[in-house]
Design a protein around this ligand. Structure first.
Ligand SMILES: C[S@@+](CC[C@H](N)C(=O)[O-])C[C@H]1O[C@@H](n2cnc3c(N)ncnc32)[C@H](O)[C@@H]1O
Length: 274
């Protein structure tokens, strides 16, 4: 093992890179607290609170800290979601390795603990769509979005900040001096699936992931067995979702083709240069 410990997985490294330098950090659902430990050890943050509801996970984290000089700056807390935090205690929150629905649950239950938090960094297992719906409805604007492949699996990395949560959706597929992409009203819902900031950049991994999802939904629709309203509804739902996301992905790819006039980024304009 290298002297500075095992390397972080690609998805955790991507999350850590989006934690503002100098922030007081909370890692919720921290598991073995690898991310918190690395953040403090590298000097990216001065302190971190690692929260987990599992005693076994926190025991493993305590063992890792015992062998590490960064230990004193890391507090381990057992509890549910954001509830072990005091309002104003941290500036940034990372949450990785939970499903988006569980993330929404802990954000909703701990809303007042987000007082003073300037950055959420979320890496759900599975689709981030429910998380984007919650962020948008609660005044959190996605500021950086990426798709990261780790162990052959795609992860959506979403960093959000308090602010105009509508702005990223308004400018997702618009460029100065160019007509907006011609898309139906449902494009707004599709953007919440694929990420409005990520769509501006349309990275190779983002395109690969979402084209794969479109193909998967179509295959699922073709596999729906039986007749009747339930089967019809399921087939129609999967087919519509595939068609809407495909239109958005194709439009994003066109906007970012080599002939597109303006440079694209997966970082929102107000975040650049930080
Ligand atoms: C798969 S592990 C992820 C660990 C680490 N964040 C990572 O991504 O590698 C999920 C962890 O979240 C913890 N967890 C799940 N729901 C939680 C909640 N509501 N509050 C605190 N911890 C939670 C579990 O106990 C588990 O240790």
């Amino acid at each position: 093992m290298p002297p500075d410990g095992p390397p972080l997985s690609a998805r955790l490294a991507a999350a850590l890179a989006l934690v503002p330098r100098g922030a007081r950090l909370a890692d919720v659902g921290a598991g073995h607290a690898r991310l918190a430990l690395r953040a403090v050890r590298d000097g990216r943050v001065p302190s971190a609170v690692a929260i987990d509801r599992s005693a076994a996970a926190l025991d493993a984290a305590a063992n890792a800290l015992a062998g590490d000089g960064g230990g004193p700056s890391i507090t381990l807390r057992r509890g549910d979601g954001l509830l072990p935090l005091a309002p104003g205690e941290v500036d940034a929150v990372v949450c990785a390795g939970l499903g988006a629905a569980a993330m929404v649950g802990l954000l909703a239950a701990g809303r007042e603990r987000l007082t003073g938090v300037v950055r959420l960094v979320m890496v759900p297992v599975g689709a981030a769509y429910p998380l984007r719906i919650w962020l948008r409805a609660n005044g959190w604007a996605p500021v950086v979005e990426r798709v990261v492949y780790d162990g052959g699996r795609a992860y959506e990395v979403v960093a959000a900040a308090p602010g105009d949560a509508e702005a990223p959706y308004r400018r997702a597929l618009r460029r100065p001096g160019r007509a907006p992409a011609e898309l139906p009203g449902a494009y707004d819902d599709a953007l919440m699936r694929v990420g409005p900031v990520a769509a501006r950049r349309a990275s190779t991994d983002w395109l690969r992931h979402w084209r794969g999802e479109v193909g998967r939904w179509r295959a699922l629709a073709a596999d729906v067995r039986g007749e009747g309203p339930r089967a019809d509804h399921r087939r129609a739902d999967l087919s519509r979702r595939a068609a809407e996301v495909e239109r958005v992905v194709d439009a994003a790819a066109r906007y970012n083709s080599p002939s597109a006039p303006s440079a694209a980024s997966d970082v929102a304009p107000e975040e650049r240069g930080r």
